[in-house]
Ligand binder design. Sequence first.
Ligand code: NAP
Length: 278
Amino acid sequence: MDPDSQLKVGFIGAGHMAFGIAKGILAGNVLPENVKVSAPSSRNLKRFQELGIAVTHSNQEVVCGSHVVFVAVKPHLVPLVLCEISQHVTDRHVIVSVAAGVTLATLEELLPENSAVVRLMPNLPCVAQEGALLFARGTDAKPEDGARLRSLLHHCGFVEEGPEAWIDVHTGLSGSGVAFVYLFAEALAEGAVKMGMPSALAQSVASQTVLGAGRLLRDSGKHPAQLRSEVCTPGGTTIYGLHALERGGVRASVMSAVESATERARELGRKPAAGNRK
Ligand SMILES: NC(=O)c1ccc[n+]([C@@H]2O[C@H](COP(=O)([O-])OP(=O)(O)OC[C@H]3O[C@@H](n4cnc5c(N)ncnc54)[C@H](OP(=O)(O)O)[C@@H]3O)[C@@H](O)[C@H]2O)c1
């Protein structure tokens, strides 16, 4: 029997991220009856119930009934939630925080000694099972815990493990990067509207262009520069457009955007968790 089908998974917090991860997990071998989610209000719980997931207002109930617990509340609420559940965390648990900027050291400090803790950085496309997820294990999370998490998250998208120092970079590249891509898609569509295309059609074409380009980039394994040069006929339309982008400094702007978002994630991690806001 698949070990994931026996696994009990809990979510503390029922927002966008918890929902995206829960959907991915259910697309694998985890059974809905083995999943439970908690939140103080009922406003986000209905969509979990529609997936067959049990819901509660008690965070402690989620911990007591789970092996793997995702802490998916806003960063400033993490200390409050961990203090609340701490006495129920045992050596059978793996606590996985998705909170931006909350370090492994902070998580370990707030939980009983030797707790297995993981810091996971997902991104919004987990909802469409096309996320990019990077996780780092704490001192007492074993390689087997990492392997189990990888298997659990397999259907959420691309999952990789790395050192904690990469988590903030991943936040800038991928957590925030999603918004950079949306901005680019919006600008593509607006360019077409300026040239006379109806807005709805321009938006559909822009989103398909982003999707198609992304799929080809991932599936071909080619470097983006190679794919770009394959589209560039000498003296053709694309090189004229690329020249306009380079004149606008798009490459430097995007690099600076990833740098700024990474630095902001690092800054949030240095502040006491109670001051964090994302
Ligand atoms: N959104 C992203 O793209 C993204 C990407 C990477 C990481 N993250 C991280 O994911 C975490 C969650 O973000 P989100 O976008 O999913 O937030 P969200 O949509 O605002 O959801 C937060 C959830 O936390 C619940 N909550 C509040 N106080 C709680 C408590 N004391 N106990 C249990 N649950 C409580 C809320 O309950 P109600 O339903 O009652 O309001 C809500 O369901 C954040 O730490 C963020 O840094 C987000």
